[in-house]
Design a protein around this ligand. Structure first.
Ligand SMILES: Cc1cc2nc3c(=O)[nH]c(=O)nc-3n(C[C@H](O)[C@H](O)[C@H](O)COP(=O)(O)O)c2cc1C
Ligand code: SF4
Length: 431
């Protein structure tokens, strides 16, 4: 079982999980489905549910950190036709491995969260799009759905109320781009997983052209806890505008890689300590704080930064999906950037020219520097290519490819210059 550490804090989604208590009976023993029961039996209106989620200051855990209650309020209220709710369990961002653990160890929290969300937005049909490579989690989610249906927590007239919600698991197709919300919708529709132009946004033109709300797995999993502890208490767990707990997938050069659920706003230094510190007593060099798409931050800056959306933005990066990639003093930044650039080059869906061509240019130029054939003008050229990609594409994969390049060169320029001038690495381990 991946480590679900809770030495310093009390987690919510990962509280009291042993690895085999994922089923319905154990979830109910932990207070599961109480929030749904209360909402339906106490006659809370959909508007009141959305107001609570707004008050909790929950922000989307999939990457952009968009306020969830606000997103829910965009769903048209009086639309007469079919509306859809979609959970994004594609989890393709390099470094992120939290959603699969939620599906594996606490699938009912996602089902309950989605059922509450469906009630709040007047939706009767939902899908959970689960990454193609994680078949065991898909099967477990299917099993959890069966349990919830049999117990009356899903299906027609849930718990005797007028709320009906049919929720299905959808096995994804294993492409990173299918995690982008509109590519995901295309994929569910049986088409090639390529992002759509926005606007129109999914709230007006989503799945099968109908109003649709999409949230990340962790976002839905957090919802029952907002109603268990109360919106104010949930918000109070974090910092203003950054409410609740967040699961960080810590990987790289740490002693104990794993998932750590901590209140937003916890200092990075505490998270690093929870993960056992930098492996083998080495020095911290750099951190990618939110998955491979976000700018790298120098280690000393990260040590003075809190892990919440606003603080990480102030440090020049993004909290993203919460994948914290720790790099020690032996890591070569040119080699790291080469790995990242190759990923985006491979995963570009090819629809827009700046991304399709630009990601290839970025990759080949970084490869040239790594191979000792770099030229003095290459760094400016790399920045110029990144400038020509960022903000000029249909979806944010273009930005995700460009941002790491600019940040790596800005933060560790001396290493790139050394590679170009000496035709080998500055970092002793790689010379
Ligand atoms: C290339 C790309 C890949 C993405 N992959 C994921 C993903 O695997 N999981 C996810 O939840 N969001 C992913 N997103 C973000 C989604 O488009 C969307 O913003 C998110 O699912 C909304 O959920 P939230 O508001 O709960 O964060 C990706 C975005 C892009 C541009
Ligand atoms: S930015 Fe890249 S991945 Fe996104 S639509 Fe354009 S080509 Fe496809």
């Amino acid at each position: 079982m991946t480590s679900l550490h809770n030495r310093h804090i009390k987690p919510l989604i990962f509280a009291n999980l042993t690895g085999d208590n994922w089923g319905l009976q154990d979830y109910v023993k932990r207070g599961g489905y109480e929030s749904l029961k209360r909402i339906l039996s106490e006659g809370m209106t959909p508007d009141q549910v959305i107001a609570e989620v707004k008050a909790s200051t929950l922000r989307g855990r999939g990457g952009a950190g968009f306020p969830s209650g606000l997103k829910w309020s965009f769903m048209p209220k009086n639309y007469e036709g079919q509306k859809y709710l979609v959970c994004n369990s594609d989890e393709g961002e390099p470094g992120t491995f939290k959603d699969r653990d939620i599906l594996r160890y606490n699938p009912h929290s996602v089902i309950e969260g989605m059922t509450i969300a469906a009630y709040a937005m007047g939706v009767t049909v939902g899908y959970n799009y689960i990454r193609g490579e994680i078949f065991g989690e898909y099967q477990r989610f299917e099993e959890a759905l069966e349990q919830a249906r049999a117990a009356g927590f899903l299906g027609d007239n849930i718990l005797g109320s007028s709320h009906s919600f049919q929720l299905h698991a959808f096995h994804g197709y294993g492409a990173y781009i299918c995690g982008e919300e509109t590519a995901l919708l295309e994929s569910i529709e049986g088409k090639k997983g390529q992002p759509r132009f926005k606007p129109p946004f999914p709230a007006s033109y989503g799945l099968f052209g109908k109003p649709t709300t999409i949230n990340n797995t962790e976002t839905f999993a957090a919802v029952p806890f907002i109603f268990q502890v109360g919106a104010e208490a949930y918000a109070g767990l974090g910092k203003p505008n950054n409410g609740g707990t967040k699961i960080f997938s810590v990987s790289g050069d740490v002693t104990n890689p794993g998932n750590y659920e901590i209140p937003l706003g916890t200092p990075f230094a505490t998270l690093l300590e929870l993960a056992g510190g930098v492996r083998d007593g080495k020095k911290l060099k750099a951190v990618i704080p939110g998955g491979s798409s976000v700018p790298v931050v120098r280690g000393d800056v990260m040590m003075a930064t809190d892990m919440d959306y606003d603080s990480v933005a102030k440090a020049g990066s993004m909290l993203g999906s919460g994948a914290v990639i720790v790099m020690d003093e032996t890591r070569c930044m040119v080699k790291s950037l080469l790995r990242l650039s190759y990923f985006y080059f491979e995963e570009s869906c090819g629809q827009c020219t700046p991304c399709r061509e630009g990601t290839g240019w970025l990759y080949r130029m970084v490869q040239r520097i790594e191979n000792g054939q770099g030229r003095a003008e290459d760094l400016d050229m790399l920045n110029s290519i990144a400038d020509n990609i960022q903000g000029r594409t249909i979806c944010a994969l273009g930005d995700a490819a460009a941002m790491p390049v600019r940040a790596m060169i800005q933060q560790f320029r001396e290493e790139f210059v050394y590679h170009i001038e000496h035709k080998h690495c500055l970092v002793p381990a790689y010379v």
